[in-house]
Every structure is written in structure tokens, then in C-alpha cells.
Ligand binder design. Sequence first.
Ligand code: SF4
Length: 377
Amino acid sequence: MDEGLCVNPVWPCAMTGACSVLAGFSGLNVLIHGSSGCYYYPRSLLKVPLFSTYLLESEIVFGTVERLKEVVNTLSTSKRPIAVLNTCIPALTGEDLSGAFSEEETIFVDAPGFIGSVEDGAKIAFERLGIETDASREGVNIDGVSLLDLFWRGNLHEAKRILTEMGIPTALCLAKDSYENLRKGAALHTVSVNPSYPSGVGTMLGSFLFPDLKDTCAKLADIFPNADIDPLLEEWNLADEQLFYSSDKYLRKYEPPVVAVCAQESYALFAKSMMERYFGADVPVMLARNHDAVSIPSETDLTKIAGHIAGCRPDLILGSTFEANGYPNAAFLGITPPDRSRVSIAARPIAGIEGGIMFLENVLNTLIDATSSKQKK
Ligand code: SF4
């Protein structure tokens, strides 16, 4: 980071990451101990009910414990467990909040925004939930489901469909399940629909993203000898053929696109692999949102991101509205939030076989639409 310069972070804070995990469990009340701004940020991104202490200046100055006690007591009448999520200001004042609640009914999650970004907060929330594996739990856990992900609902449906097809029960979905199911513990093995949101629960067998799916199914077959993976492999091969057929048709008329990809590492690698395999595309810009990315550089300074993109003059941007606005000459497909380019209500997957097909179909339509609108001008 350049010293003395303000950066434009394009990725939410740690508190929002912790909130995305906790709010994924129905039956658990999530209480944000902070200002209205700290509440509205995750509330607008996650689109699920949350509670807040809506701290005022006077409470910050004279102490926030009484206000926290008041809201915890009100919420306690619902008889649901409560997760209290701390935010920057109460964390910075160093106030002892333990007098506001009893440990039996309340989980205290200290993940103020300043400690890092989404992934750091999510990790703390998973640690505080203390999810144990249980050898008697049947099936496999589905990991990488985050309410912050544009594709979480579609991914979850697709992962459950794939497991059902193989005859493997779903044990626990992290993080989208009931709190009651979470307390029963997790199965020993886990697959992921987005490895950049790891819960750390169970032994990871692999990802359900299209390029990784066959390997992950083979590992599942080793663990679950009664699982039938052949129909899935056949479905994958058919999808692969169809994707080559559709991209070949495009390539008979147009040149392979130059692509810039900005997303969490797992989706960025997926997008690159798909664009190279089916389009022979050049992908000169690959930037990760998550700072713990291991194989591509991480960047959340919008000025720098825009500079990288402008330097390669891409035909297509796979990223968020931030990148699309930074380089409006390219066609754009949203694969990371925020995506303000379209109304998204349906459960769209990016993982699994349907996710692979949907991704490529959207890329083709985006490229064709952009070309025809240029020709009309
Ligand atoms: S960075 Fe801190 S102040 Fe800002 S929304 Fe997150 S927790 Fe609240």
C-alpha cells in the first residue's frame, strides 16, 4: 500500500464476514453491537433479519453495557440463542461487555471490522461456533456457502442435487443450515462449492466447481463405496461436449476474448480455467479479493485494480460492478459482489455441472450482446 494514500477497499470488513456466517444459521439471533451504519452494511448485503444495539454517541462515551443488556434481555424472550457481534467502536474503547449476557445463552464474537476482511471475520465466527465432527453423522458436509456470495443459493441446490444423485446424504451446510442441525455436529468429510470461504470443519475432499468436480467425485467414491458416481461423470462429459460445441460456434465468428478476472481466488481460478479451456482465451489480469490467496496476487485497492485492467484492454471483465465501472469499454459479467448490472432473484449456480454450463452460457451471451451493441453504433 502506498503510504499516505487512501485506498478504496472493494471487499467488506471482518465484522460483515462474521455476520455472514452467523446469519446463515436459522434459529440463531444475530445482534450487532454497534452503530446503525455497522448494522445497515451487512443487512443490505446479506438480506436476512439482523438485530442491532444502534449505539449512539452518548453510549460510546459513557459505556455501552447497559444498552447491550437491554437488547439482549429483549431478544432472550424469543428463547433462541443469541450471537453478539462486536464492531469497531466498542472494540476500540476496550469496554468489558461480559456483564451484559450469560455465557450459556449467548455466543460473543469479537470480529470488529478493523481486524481484516470478510474471510478473517468468517474464520473467527466458525471458531466461536465450535463445530465438532461426529463419526456417527452420515454423509458429507457442504462447505463454502456464504450469504455474501452471488451464487450461494444456486450452489447449495446444485451441490445437494449432485450428492443426492450419488446417493450420499448431506450432513451440514456451512454456512446455511439450522442452528439445531449445527449443534448435532458435522460429518467427518466435507466438499466445497467455494473454497475461498473455508469453515475448516471436517476433512476437505475437494471442490464442486466444474473443473474440479470429477476428481472430487472420485474421492467421494473412495470414502463412500456404495456411492454411484458414473451417472454424474457421464453428465459432466456431456456438458463438456456441449460447452465445446457452443464456444466453437462463437469462435467461428469471433476472436478469442482477452479477459480480466477479479474475484475471490477460487472463482478467479475457475473462471480462468473455463475461459482457457473453451475459448483459448488470454487472461492477463487475475486479481484475488481475499488476501490469503496463494496462487494469484490479492488486490482490493480500486485505483490499482483499474490500472491493471486498463493496461491489458480486455474484451471481457469477470468481476464486480467496481471493475465494470472502472473500464466501461469491456463487456461485463458479475461473478463477485456487488453486481448492479442485473436483477438477480433466481438461484443461479456457479458450482457443479449446472454452474459450469450457466457460467459459459452467460459469458457467451455477454460477449455476443456486447458485439452486437457495438455493431449497432
Ligand atoms: S469496518 Fe468497523 S465501523 Fe465499518 S462497518 Fe465494519 S465494523 Fe462497522
